[in-house]
Structures are given as C-alpha cells and as structure tokens.
Design a protein around this ligand. Structure first.
Ligand code: CUA
Length: 151
C-alpha cells in the first residue's frame, strides 16, 4: 500500500526527471549545443596542430601545459565548423572560449572533444578556467576568425 505522501514524492520526482530530459533535448536542438565527448586517449592527439578537412571544416588539436595552450594562435575562416580536441601534458586545465558556448576540461591521459561553428569574424579568447598553479591567470590562446581567403 503506497502512502499518499509517497505517491506525491514519486509524481514530483517523475515531473522533475521529465523536465530535465526535456531541457536536455531542448538545449541540443534549439540551442544547437554540442555535448562534449570524452575520447579514449590516443597518441595522435598529443601533437598540437590545426588541420583542414575540407573547405569549411577544420580540426584544432590543443595541448595544454603549464601555462600555455598550443597552438597559441589558430586562424580559421568565417563560416567554418571546427572540431576541438583538448588534452593536457601535465595537470588538469580548463578550456573556455569567451563568448562561445565552449567549456572543456584538459585532462592528462584524456581527450575532450566538441564542435563549434564560427559565423562571426573576430578574435576569440581562450582561457584556462581551472586553477593550475602560479601562471594560471596568464594561460590563454586566441582563435582568429577572419574572412575566407580569396582564391
Ligand atoms: Cu591552466 Cu589554469
């Protein structure tokens, strides 16, 4: 026999769960948020670099270490989709792109991945948001989004 209060708690819990699941799908669809993936560690991610897959798709492989991000500057044409891969060579660092919906952790032995779209030109600041030692506040990089090069 279920008590009336138990029943209320169960119904409330189901409503909260429903709202949570709805908000997840809402964020994925309407807000076009990309859920961060954690990839298995792979040596190919260790080398910091920018790669172009096709005309408007790029990949940036970031390596974080005290107290820099490599590549420190990345150039991306306007309108590109960019896969970001982030790993660390020492301690845990953060990876946040100012004014963009990107917030990753750079973890030694792990790779975080997300995809973003740059539809506005500008200089996008990347900062470390996880305290990582005395140089933490200077740990930053830039993604420079400029107009596509003319052929
Ligand atoms: Cu790296 Cu804080």
């Amino acid at each position: 026999m279920i008590d009336i209060f138990e029943k209320r708690i169960i119904i409330t819990a189901l409503i909260v769960m429903g709202l949570f699941i709805f908000s997840l799908f809402y964020a994925l669809g309407a807000k076009k948020a990309d859920v961060t993936e954690c990839l298995p560690y792979d040596k190919t991610y260790e080398t910091a670099r920018v790669e172009q897959l096709d005309k408007s798709t790029y990949q940036i492989f970031y390596v974080a270490r005290m107290w820099t991000f490599e590549p420190a500057v990345a150039y991306i044409p306007v309108g590109s989709d960019v896969d970001l891969f982030v790993t660390s060579h020492d301690v845990v660092h953060g990876f946040d792109i100012y004014n963009k919906n990107v917030n990753l952790m750079a973890v030694p032995g792990g790779v975080s991945k997300t995809t973003i779209h740059f539809d506005q030109p500008g200089v996008y600041k990347v900062v470390c948001h996880e305290y990582c030692g005395t140089g933490h506040q200077n740990m930053q990089a830039e993604i420079i989004v400029n107009y596509p090069k003319k052929k």
